[in-house]
Write a protein that binds this ligand. Structure first.
Ligand SMILES: Nc1ncnc2c1ncn2[C@@H]1O[C@H](COP(=O)(O)OP(=O)(O)O)[C@@H](O)[C@H]1O
Ligand SMILES: [Mg+2]
Length: 270
């Protein structure tokens, strides 16, 4: 289970205003839940995921994961519990290494050094089986350098690496945003399959309202660092991409009104 208690992240850009990118978010995600996160640009989605992964420090509040208070844990310590996949297909894999070597790195992570290499044949069989399960045919490319593969295939390998040891939590930050629609679709289906088969707890940020409507057990809409909408169960299943687009329009209109009001006030008080 993941539990955030009034998690807040403030940024002070030099000379700029104080930005509360995550503004007192409290959230409980039970083990095994697949949560889709959406929100406008700059609403705080990446900061929220970064604060859970430990790349961003909380200004206040706390985070618990799988029974540990990880608020003060380093990113490195949290990596034992958390798998991550980013938008850039190059971010999660080493381009000059083969698919198998990349997977070996994931398999050995946190284990005795060299153990995975010592049982090379076993690892090859295991990697092959796991690849074949998510994208049949991909297992035939185990020895190719990963740099020669498409972005979509690379994201599939990254997903497999991130979930190799069944993390307590899987964080996906717009991991299909850099892919063409067909590849994005394949990666998203592989993602959903891995999460379902592994019974994983996952937070997936997406810019795609169609993905957000179709996937997950729960949907969270973030706006200005706060949770604007949180639906699960039958209400989540009924949500359509159009409903979500309407919500976004509503938020944008409210923002425009806010901006207009702020400008009017500023003009009144010059
Ligand atoms: N390292 C940083 N320093 C200063 N401001 C930041 C930093 N990271 C993010 N922000 C600001 O925090 C807000 C939320 O950003 P982000 O979490 O990246 O949004 P999203 O992922 O939803 O697009 C934005 O206003 C952004 O400019
Ligand atoms: Mg982001």
């Amino acid at each position: 289970m993941l539990h955030l208690d009034r998690a807040t992240v403030q940024f002070q850009s030099p000379g700029g205003p104080l930005v509360r990118a995550v503004d007192g978010i409290s959230l409980e995600i039970p083990a095994g839940q697949f949560v889709v996160v959406i929100g406008t640009n700059g609403s705080g989605k990446s900061t929220l995921l970064g604060s859970i992964a430990g790349t961003v420090r909380l200004s206040s509040g706390s985070i618990q994961l799988a029974g540990h208070d990880i608020t003060d844990w380093s990113q490195h310590a949290r990596a034992r519990l958390i798998g991550r996949v980013f938008q850039d297909p190059r971010a999660g894999t080493a381009g000059s290494l083969s698919v198998l070597e990349n997977l070996a790195v994931a398999a050995c992570r946190g284990r005795f050094p060299g153990l995975g290499w010592a049982t090379n044949r076993q690892l090859r069989a295991e990697a092959s089986a796991r690849l074949a399960r998510i994208v049949p045919g991909l297992e035939q490319r185990l020895d190719q350098p990963i740099g020669s593969m498409s972005g979509g295939q690379r994201q599939i390998v990254t997903l497999l690496m991130a979930t190799w040891h069944r993390p307590e939590l899987l964080l996906l930050d717009e991991h299909t945003a850099a892919l063409d629609p067909a590849a994005a679709d394949r990666v998203v289906r592989a993602t959903a399959g891995l999460i379902r088969d592994g019974g994983l707890t996952a937070l997936m940020v997406t810019h795609s309202l169609a993905q957000a409507a179709a996937l997950g057990d729960r949907l969270i809409l973030i706006h200005r660092g706060r949770i604007e909408l949180d639906v699960a169960g039958p209400a989540k299943r009924r949500l359509t991409a159009d409903d979500l687009a309407d919500r976004f329009d509503g938020l944008r209109r409210a923002d425009q009104l806010d901006d207009a009001a702020a400008r009017t006030l500023a003009e009144l008080y010059v």
